[in-house]
Design a protein around this ligand. Structure first.
Ligand code: MG
Length: 171
């Protein structure tokens, strides 16, 4: 049985993951409106991954016989001043999510819930990839800034991204 406080913290993380999907969906809209379909496709893959993260937390709470409470999702921004600004916001958001996951892991450990802590290891590793992917995009966009040809190429290259799916719930 999961302790009530930890259940509450896991439920809060479901909301964080769903907000992440919402934020990246807003970025899809922003890039589609700007005819940057490659960046939009990159963000679409991100939306799919975030929904998958939320689903993993929901499935885990079900598995533990814990309550799932779906709270309201906050409204994300609708526009950014440049593609670089949008990806910088995505990077900052992933750093925030890493912080959430780390705090959740600390809470699980503090509650002596080793099963919950073990479940979170996948997310700890996933956040390293999430931060790296967003940071790589930021660095490439910085190189392409002010050079329409480079931006055009980068948009096309980043559009090739596909969402990655975990093969198990724990690894
Ligand atoms: Mg996530």
């Amino acid at each position: 049985m999961m302790k009530a406080d930890l259940q509450k913290a896991f439920n809060k993380q479901i909301n964080e993951e769903l907000y992440s999907a919402y934020l990246y969906a807003a970025m899809v809209n922003y890039f589609e409106a700007a005819n940057l379909k490659g960046f939009a496709a990159w963000m679409k893959a991100q939306v799919v991954e975030e929904l998958n993260h939320a689903s993993k937390f929901i499935a885990y709470l079900h598995e533990r016989g814990a309550d799932v409470k779906l709270a309201a999702i906050a409204e994300p921004a609708a526009t950014w001043k440049s593609p670089l600004a949008a990806f910088e916001a995505a990077y900052r958001h992933e750093c925030h999510i890493s912080d959430c996951i780390n705090k959740l892991y600390s809470a699980a450990t503090k509650a002596d819930d080793h099963a919950a802590a073990s479940f979170l290891i996948w997310f700890i590793n996933e956040q390293v990839e999430e931060e790296a992917a967003a940071d790589e995009a930021v660095q490439q966009l910085k190189l392409a800034e002010g050079a329409p040809g480079a931006m055009f190429m980068l948009n096309r290259e980043m559009g090739a991204r596909q969402p990655t799916f975990p093969t198990t719930t724990s690894a």
